[in-house]
Every structure is written in C-alpha cells, then in structure tokens.
Design a protein around this ligand. Sequence first.
Ligand code: 5AD
Ligand code: FES
Length: 352
Amino acid sequence: MMIHDTWDPVAALRRDKDLPDDALVELLDTDKMDEALAAAADSVRRSIYGDQIYVRGLIEFTNYCKNDCYYCGIRRDNRMAERYRLTKEEILSCCKKGYALGYRTFVLQGGEDPFYTDEKICDIVSAIRTGYPDCAITLSIGEKPRESYQAYFDAGANRYLLRHETAEEEHYNKLHPKELSLANRKRCLFDLKEIGYQVGTGIMVGSPYQTTKNIVADLRFMQELKPDMIGIGPFITHRETPFAAFPKGSLKLTVRLISVLRLMFPYALIPATTALGTIHPLGREMGLEAGANVVMPNLSPVQVRKKYELYENKICTGEEAAECKSCLEQRVAGIGYRIVTDIGDVKRGGNE
Ligand code: 5AD
Ligand code: FES
C-alpha cells in the first residue's frame, strides 16, 4: 500500500461516498477545499445526469398552517400573514400553464391546512393525474397519518417532499413547539418510502442553534433513509417569528454542503433552491455548479406569491410563470447546463 503524507478528503469522499464523522466536520468547517469539492461534485453529477437540469413547477396552494414552527413565516401565530387558499380550478390552471411551458412535474406545496381534507387532496390529485398522465405529481403538505399518504398515492401522487429539518432531537426541539416530534417526522418519511413514493428530505443550513455535528447527523440520517431528493437552503430570518433576531445561514456552507451531498448521494435529485437564490443573486447558479441538478420555478398565481412568505425577500414573487421560465433558462444556459422537458425521475444506481 502506498503511504500518503497528504490525505485528500475530497478524493476519499468521492471514492467511498463517505468519510468518518471527524473528517466530515473538518471538510464542512473549512473553505479551503471548496473548489475541489465543487469540481468533483460537478463531475459526478455530469457522469450521471449530464448537463441536464430538471424543472419542477411549484404551486403554493395554501399558506394556512396549523403548526407553529419557530423559523417559518407562515406559522399559525403570525397574525400579520395574509392567508389564502387556491381552489381546485386555480390549481389546475397553474398546471395547464406549467404544462405549456414544458414542466412535467407539479409540486403542490402548502402549510398543514385542515381545510384540505384527504378527500379534497385526493380529488385534486386525481384531477391532475387524469389531465396530465405523463406528469409526476409531488406533494409537500407535511405530516399525515400513513393512511392519508396511502390515499394520496392511490389517487396518483408519486413523490413527496418533507424535510426532516434536523436529525438530532435536541436541535429539533429547539426549532419546533412541543406538539411536533422528530420521531413522528421520521415515521412519516419511512411510511412514504414504504408506500412507494419517491421521497425528498432536507434541512435548512444555518438554522438557529445548528452545529456542524448536527449536519453530520443529518447526513447519517439521510444515509439511513436513502432519499431520492435532497433539498437544502440557507435559513433566512423572518421578522414575524420567534427567530427574528437570528442571523441567516451561510451561502458558502450551503453550496459546500450541496457538493458533499452530491458526492455522498451521486444519484440524488438536488435542487438549487429559491432560498439559495434569495441570499445571493447568483446563489442558484453556484448551487448548480457545485452539484445541484434541479430548479423549482414558481407556478403559483402572481397575486398570492408574496403571501407565501416562509422567509423574507423571497425571489420570484413578482414574476409570471413564463418570465421565471425564461429567466431560469438563461441563467442555466449561461453556466453551461440545459433545462429539459422531462419527468425527471431519479436515476437508480450503485448507492441504493
Ligand atoms: N428560511 C429558510 N427556509 C425555511 N423554510 C421554512 N422557513 C424557512 C426560513 N425562515 C423551509 C423549511 C421547510 C421548507 C418548505 O421551507 O425547511 O421544510
Ligand atoms: Fe423566477 Fe428568475 S427564476 S424570476
């Protein structure tokens, strides 16, 4: 065996899709390896997904929420939030617009809003399924009983996004009121997997009280869950929350973590998120160049966009769907990738 006097953590991470905890902490805590990390991540992503960028049309259909998460701008106790709900017809008209623009995945996201009973959700999902049989339907509507997840799946939903937010209980309890538990969040994620959904999870980078060790625990949890999609974005302060005084998460650390995720989960679908585009005008581009391969343009009607304010200064709230589409196309082409009209399923490979 050759003896190395300088160990290269990036090469090791790429080869083994893993590193010991202490090496991960070190890699996440330094900016010295950023260029090498991004180059390795981009090369891995190109070997699997080429220069293709998948798009998901995001429909934010309700900002009512029964939960009171301390970080979130649409939490129940924010009396300043102007609440709205979209009708089934409005949602379908978003899909119509999105389909014409080439989107083959619709993401229905909302707060946990009891107005939308399982029956209503199934009715909306079936209508989209019937109208757009060649499209994927992704739900992102929070924690539900297993039977509800099963019903949505039977109605035609294929994918589900539910960030675990943090994999350590102590940290989880600092971000959420006591009615919410990490155990139930995990239960939801494993139920969704077992039912047959393509599952997405993720975290906020730089959420209050987060440590690098927390992030390593998140990576370990993701190794256990084996998600198809991993969404991360920086925490961004919202004035009407208990976390109003906390600083926002770091751009650099978010981009670095995208690269680490690509190397650990080569086949994962990783979005360059709106939050990343919000903390820096070129944040999404940086994410894509560091290993991300998905963008999620907003398809919600312009008149409600500002109201879905999870965090402050969110981008794309004044644009029409078509404007977002051409903006993104230009941004993506400008850095040498290509937006494709494709359902964009996860590719299966050696990390399953
Ligand atoms: N900053 C950044 N991301 C946030 N989210 C919620 N609130 C914020 C915030 N203040 C993220 C959470 C949630 C997703 C829909 O949005 O991770 O899962
Ligand atoms: Fe929405 Fe640029 S992506 S305006």
